[in-house]
Design a protein around this ligand. Structure first.
Ligand code: NAD
Length: 435
């Protein structure tokens, strides 16, 4: 099939590359010329395991093309995926200006029938809004299909090639059939393609992210109780995860959820409900708990240093909002850094892939190290924020001899508190007993 993907970010590039890998002809469009030029030269602008191999393979086989020209891509394609960003506005509603610009551009470029697929996460009812925007710019027929994306950064290729399910929201059978054909190679193991109405499809995406965010906030609140009563949230997690009614995913206490999806989508669901005169009490509580959780580690740090961290320097391991990504959007590290700086402390950070993105956001507000041990030199304590594999089994003796004070503030519960204490550290995890 011939496909255009408008917006070549985390979702658009993964989707485009995976569709090309199953033999389709894919035109990826982006307004960022630097990005499309880099991609044409084999330079992948984001860190996503496995993505470079699949992009290079499809480019070399002439199945994957990058362009800034929407009209060129639309002219050559039957199905047009919209994968532009929908970042939050200050009131929590998603900003649809990129989607509107892209939809209008697509409409102006059409020379006949097209299937338009909303892959961006969009407010409920946006399939109709997109149709209205487009109708003002084209006389040609089209169908707007809602096809929310559930990939997770860090495992995006696997998630896309072997999705738990594919959701297709449309009332038009022919559009559904075309989409089901396109996704066929990815569901050969029997995972379902769910055909539903567009409103349900749009809501399914917000429902999943808000539910998962709620699980995380629930665990973080329990962790707070552990710190008062002496329980260990890791033991409790195992006790819960083995209950098949609950399951093991997204059940980790930590420094709070971040990234480009959970915070934005939870806020969007709250804003949508508010417009309808409803309150989503559960997700509102999840979001409030997350706001507090992102600051919680700083409470441990202040307590350890007798209330003041002014003049102290902290080594930070990890910056990205989770492991295996360079995405810094809404990362808890940013909140912790801002809090520490406002209290007169300094931060020296190391992250295997997210330092360039952090430098763009923070400039010279913090220092960066070449490796995980360099940032320990002259630091009063170690803060661990991202669960990168290389941080999981560190040389504790080397950490202890390099730090000025042997204190570890573990925002991802990577270490065994008993082992850390045996090695001579003051250890603070999230919900690992009395704090
Ligand atoms: N990142 C994720 O893990 C993830 C997962 C599922 C769903 N989503 C949703 O997918 C959408 C895209 O997210 P993302 O993380 O890939 O965003 P992103 O910011 O990484 O990429 C968006 C891209 O769209 C481009 N763009 C903007 N306007 C354009 C236009 N008019 N024409 C062409 N290109 C244009 C931008 O330059 C950018 O490269 C969002 O709605 C997001 O909520 C994201």
């Amino acid at each position: 099939m011939k496909i255009a993907v408008i917006g070549t970010g985390y979702v658009g590039l993964v989707a485009g590359a995976c569709f090309a890998d199953t033999g389709n002809q894919v035109y990826c469009v982006d307004i960022d010329k630097k990005k499309t030029d880099a991609l044409r030269n084999g330079v992948i602008p984001i860190f996503e395991p496995g993505l470079d191999t699949i992009v290079k393979r499809s480019v070399s086989k002439e199945r994957l093309f990058f362009t800034t020209s929407t009209s060129e891509a639309v002219a050559k394609s039957e199905i047009i995926f919209m994968a532009v960003g929908t970042p939050p506005l200050p009131n929590g509603e998603p900003n649809l200006e990129y989607l509107k610009a892209a939809a209008e551009e697509v409409a102006k470029s059409m020379d006949g029938y097209r299937i338009i697929v909303n892959k961006s996460t969009v407010p409920i009812g946006t399939h109709e809004t997109v149709a209205k925007w487009m109708s003002a710019h084209t006389k040609h027929p089209f169908d707007v299909v809602s096809n929310p994306e559930f990939l997770k950064e860090g495992t995006a290729i696997d998630d896309f090639l072997k999705p738990d399910r594919v959701v297709i929201g449309t009332k038009k059978e022919s559009a559904y059939r075309a989409m089901a054909t396109l996704y066929g190679p990815f569901v050969r193991q029997g995972n379902p393609i769910l055909w539903m109405d567009p409103v349900s499809a749009e809501m399914t995406k917000y429902a999943c992210n808000s539910f998962l965010a709620t699980r995380i906030s629930f665990m973080n609140e329990l962790a707070g109780l552990c710190e008062k009563l002496g329980g260990d949230i890791e033991q409790i997690r195992k006790g819960m995860a083995t209950d098949v009614r609950i399951g093991r995913h997204f059940l980790y206490a930590g420094a709070g959820y971040g990234g480009s999806c959970f915070p934005k989508d939870v806020q969007a669901l709250m804003a949508t409900a508010k417009k309808q005169g409803l309150t989503m009490g559960i997700v509102t509580a999840a979001e409030d708990a997350n706001y507090r959780q992102k600051r919680h580690l700083v409470d441990h740090i202040k307590k350890h240093f007798g209330g003041s961290v002014s003049g102290k320097t902290f080594a930070m391991w990890g910056l990205a909002f989770k492991a295996n990504t360079d995405d810094m959007r809404e990362a808890p590290s940013l909140v912790i850094i801002e809090e520490l700086l406002s209290l007169g402390a300094k931060v020296k950070a190391f992250d295997p892939v997210a330092m360039d993105n952090t430098k763009e956001m923070l400039g010279s507000k913090i220092a960066f190290g070449k490796n995980m041990f360099e940032v320990l030199e002259g630091s009063d304590g170690l803060i661990v924020i991202t669960e990168w594999n290389e941080f999981r089994h560190p040389d504790f003796k080397r950490i202890k001899s390099t730090l000025k004070t042997p204190a570890i503030f573990d925002g991802r519960n990577l270490y065994d508190p008993a082992e850390a204490k045996k090695e001579g550290f003051s250890y603070y995890g999230i919900g690992r007993g009395l704090a």
